[in-house]
Design a protein around this ligand. Structure first.
Ligand SMILES: [Zn+2]
Ligand SMILES: [Zn+2]
Length: 191
């Protein structure tokens, strides 16, 4: 059965819906990579990270997400040149999510922009990735049951399925293969 989650930035100007159905069409992981941490810190929202520097990311295919209001408030940056596209709400500096580029159907939404309780709606994160960048020893119960390799292998299968089913389009972040707003790069800004 299709259900709908609601997404919003902290001030409420940017809002969207995320349709969720079968487990095949979503995934929840915690990413500790330095790139995710730099994104959140640049926007001065460190409270979004867990106690070990992890970003709780809810991954869906792009066509499951619809932005319903605040399109003009959406900004995009990359931490490194050619890096992951990182989307945020300019109105209140809320990190919203990440995409690789227009060719990949995956959108990773930061869990704090989802209004519903994700634990109840989709369950706890299946595991953690890039733990070597964590800011401290991650307790087992926080890390989750799956290793980086298991999480990655599982996600690759889902992405392949989404690709076959053409779930990458329409994407709220790309139009005709191009980002809806040109990303700026933190490395170029020297920040
Ligand atoms: Zn806002
Ligand atoms: Zn990351």
């Amino acid at each position: 059965m299709e259900r709908c989650l609601h997404m919003k930035c902290q001030c409420g100007k940017v809002r969207g819906n995320v349709s969720i159905g079968s487990k095949l069409f979503h995934n929840r992981v915690v990413c500790y990579c330095d790139d995710c941490q730099a994104f959140v810190k640049h926007l001065k929202q460190p409270h979004i990270l867990n106690a070990y520097g992890g970003s709780d990311v809810f991954q869906v295919s792009a066509s499951q997400l619809t932005i319903t209001q605040g399109h003009s408030e959406i900004g995009c940056l990359t931490v490194t040149r050619g890096g992951v596209h990182r989307w945020f709400a300019k109105c209140c500096n809320t990190p919203l999510g990440n995409t690789l580029n227009a060719r990949w159907p995956l959108v990773g939404l930061l869990h704090h922009c989802i209004e519903e309780d994700l634990d109840k709606m989709v369950g706890r994160p299946v595991g953690s990735v890039f733990c070597k960048f964590a800011t401290g020893e991650i307790p087992k119960e926080v890390k989750g049951p799956w290793s980086h390799k298991q999480v990655a292998a599982h996600l690759i299968l889902k992405i392949a399925l989404w690709q076959v089913l053409r779930k990458g389009r329409p994407s709220p972040f790309y139009l005709q293969g191009k980002p809806i707003i040109k990303p700026y790069c933190l490395a170029d800004k020297g920040s």
